[in-house]
Design a protein around this ligand. Sequence first.
Ligand code: NCD
Length: 316
Amino acid sequence: MNRHLLSIDDLEVSDIEDIFTTAAEMHDVQKRSVKKLPALRGRTVINLFFEDSTRTRSSFEIAGKWLSADVINLSAKGSSASKGESLRDTVLTVTAMGIDGLVVRHGASGAAEQISRWVDVPVINAGDGTHEHPTQALLDGYTLTRRLGTLEGKHVAIVGDLTHSRVFRSNVKSLVKLGATVTVVAPPTLMPAGVADWSKEAGFATSYDLDPVLPEADAVMMLRVQRERMSGGFFPTAREYTVGYGLTRDRLSLLKPGTPILHPGPMNRGLEISADAADAIDSAVLDQVSAGVAVRMSVLYHLLTGEPQGNEGVGE
Ligand code: NCD
């Protein structure tokens, strides 16, 4: 396994499988009344978040704490970044305190990789602009594997605002690596430039039309319309977006029975996903959140202990 987790490109299929195996053990820990494992006792992890986050930051925090690491949260608001300190100075300052790992979220694509060149501790990308969000893709892959048994030959539809989505980029890479067939669906204005070439190279399909894709899917992943990253109108009205691309109550009947519905959150209920879909019996949204802690425990464990594979040392 690489020293850092900046992109799904850093992982071989066997690395992903190792992460899932350890995550499954960590998942069992979540069910205990006493959740702490000693694996990262004495280590310190900093969560450096320059963009808003609910689940990613809290699940990295819980993951670190359940492995007995000391976890410190720093956000741009409330740190010297808001006083004009450069990213490099902020990063060098926190690492000079003697930390063992850095979890970074930043609005600029490539920020995590840039930071990894400045520091000598493992860096985990928790979302960099519209580039990648590898731990989200891993927790999605883990959730799907648990639901579907294997991803080999399974058809996953990824639907929504692809242009602004780092979750889409990381997921396509990881799902294809795991043997899934992937179709991505978006209106033409939210289909990223260059996707035609990338899809040919990486082996996934693209579509502007949701209805024919849904009956063929073994899982459907809805993505948020990221209004905060939009300048100008990418679609005429919210209503029009929902009619074309929302997982509405009517569209649920197009899915095969038992098809898991995923959404990384935060959800815009009534826009890309209806309440009926979000709360459906086959909704995997809360499973994704719970898997997020287990998968992040696994990633922290592998990167910070340098254990290439296996679970020796996870300990009781
Ligand atoms: C995603 C993100 O921040 O990239 N959310 C998340 O990490 N759970 C997706 C989104 O913001 O829509």
